[in-house]
Design a binder for this molecule. Structure first.
Ligand code: AMP
Ligand code: GLY
Length: 427
């Protein structure tokens, strides 16, 4: 069969890498992909002149693609699945009505409240002055969130009232995130340790992935600005066996059931961003897709073929599907361009990729890269997701950093403490 994967980041290279290993797959089209997907066996990068939903649908019809997999949230929230389904095209991911679980934080919060799923206390606003009144009533710390999609930047954690007022103005008055800031929420600040928990679902049944943890801030020790994610590892020891059961039942299955009862059956990957406080999980956010960089640490641990799992989510028979995971932990260290998440330069030549990939149990996933005259150049903020497996979390971390040391490009930046929280727990 032929598969198309939409997107160009580290998550998408990982999806392409895993899908290309399926015995049923003869070809993977990467729309548009990166240098890593360009060099993946069976895969081909395609830059569409027209990358609208229609343009993408026309392409998959012309190439007789059997399955399309969507990486990022924006097309899902904008209804690419509905567009494909109307034309009888086979596509993996939630439709527009279901993807709203990520597309509107107010929707997600109200759903959680209605169905008693544990989360932070919140209030929604359409008016900046009313939001400020509530802020003065509640006090700080408080979290200010734009309602809509803001490329991971719409959440501002405020420790002073002045910061919170500025955040409200930034979102609602200055419209820093455009229409995503027409509404906002003020939310209780949760403290604890974060974890990501992703499941496959066909709208009724869920099949869990293994636990993982992202590292959002740019610097070691979780200092500095938030980024798209500077690294991940799996499993996350903060998610104990007992907690995992609790998460699956009271959060992930409960959310899938809630969506179905609300007339929005959810098919695809549901990503729970969780805060674990005193051994209890609460929802920080839901995402309607695979996580980035969690996917880079998760899919190398998936022993089963991914393609039949994706298809059974679409067909509604996920219950019959085996989803087996390796017991070997994995760690992904993101190498970023100097300056990221602020402004950075592109076009720097990357060296050492082959040497790194030769190391045992190591896979270098590409994110912001491009091929030019057979050279691999940087082409984005997050450049590579250097990933390794090991017999323990410690070994997977050491293996990932051994590979990182082989790779260089001008002004490369990476965190030196990916996985440290897991190591601290095992002491
Ligand atoms: P979100 O996009 O909602 O996941 O928010 C991005 C990041 O902001 C999360 O991964 C957390 O680090 C942080 N965050 C979001 N909501 C809260 C909250 N209520 N309390 C503390 N931190 C939060
Ligand atoms: N790792 C955070 C995200 O995928 O949204």
């Amino acid at each position: 069969m032929k598969v198309a994967v939409i997107g160009k980041g580290g998550r998408e290279h990982t999806l392409v890498w895993k899908i290309a290993q399926s015995k049923d797959v003869e070809k993977v089209y990467c729309l548009p992909g990166n240098a890593g997907t360009a060099r993946t066996e069976k895969a081909e990068n395609v830059s569409l002149g027209d990358d609208s939903f229609k343009g993408i649908a026309d392409f998959v019809k012309e190439k007789q693609v059997d399955l399309t997999v969507v990486g990022p949230e924006d097309p899902l929230v904008d209804g690419i699945v509905d567009h494909f389904q109307k034309q009888g095209l086979n596509i993996f991911g939630p439709d527009k009505k279901a993807a709203i679980i990520e597309g509107s934080k107010i929707f997600a919060r109200k759903l959680l409240q209605k169905y008693g799923i544990p989360s932070a206390e919140f209030k929604a606003f359409e008016d900046a002055e009313k939001a400020k009144e509530y802020l003065h009533e509640k006090g700080v710390p408080i979290v200010v969130k734009a309602d809509g999609l803001a490329a991971g930047k719409g959440v501002i954690i405020c420790d002073t009232k002045q910061e919170a007022e500025q955040a409200i103005d930034k979102i609602m008055v200055e419209k820093a995130f455009g229409d995503a800031g027409n509404k906002l929420i003020l939310e209780e600040k949760l403290v604890g340790e974060e974890a990501s928990y992703l499941v496959f679902t066909d709208g009724e049944t869920i099949k869990p992935m293994v636990s993982s943890q992202d590292h959002k801030p740019i610097y070691d020790g979780d200092k500095g600005q938030n980024t798209g994610g500077m690294g991940a590892y799996s499993p996350a020891p903060v998610v104990t066996e007992e907690l995992e059961k609790d998460i699956l039942e009271t959060i992930m299955q409960a959310a899938v059931d809630a969506m179905r009862k609300d007339g929005r059956p959810y098919k695809g990957v549901l990503y729970g961003g969780l805060m674990i406080s005193d051994g209890k999980p609460k929802v920080l956010e839901f995402n309607c897709r695979f996580g980035d960089p969690e996917t880079q640490a998760l899919l190398p641990r998936l022993d089963s073929d991914l393609v039949p799992i994706l298809q059974s989510c679409i067909d509604g028979n996920l219950g019959e599907q085996e989803v087996n995971w390796s017991s070997k932990p994995a760690c992904c260290v993101v190498m970023a361009s100097g300056g990221y998440p602020g402004s950075y330069e592109k076009g720097k030549e990357i060296s050492g990729l082959e040497e790194a990939a030769k190391l045992p149990d190591t896979i270098v996933f590409h994110a912001g890269t491009k091929l030019e005259d057979s050279k691999v150049l940087t082409n984005g903020g997050r450049v590579l997701g250097v990933t390794a497996l090991g017999n323990s979390i410690k070994e997977s971390i050491e293996n990932a950093y051994k590979a990182v040391e082989k790779i260089s490009f001008e002004k490369a930046h990476y965190r030196k403490d990916i996985g440290q929280k897991a190591l601290d727990r095992s002491l």
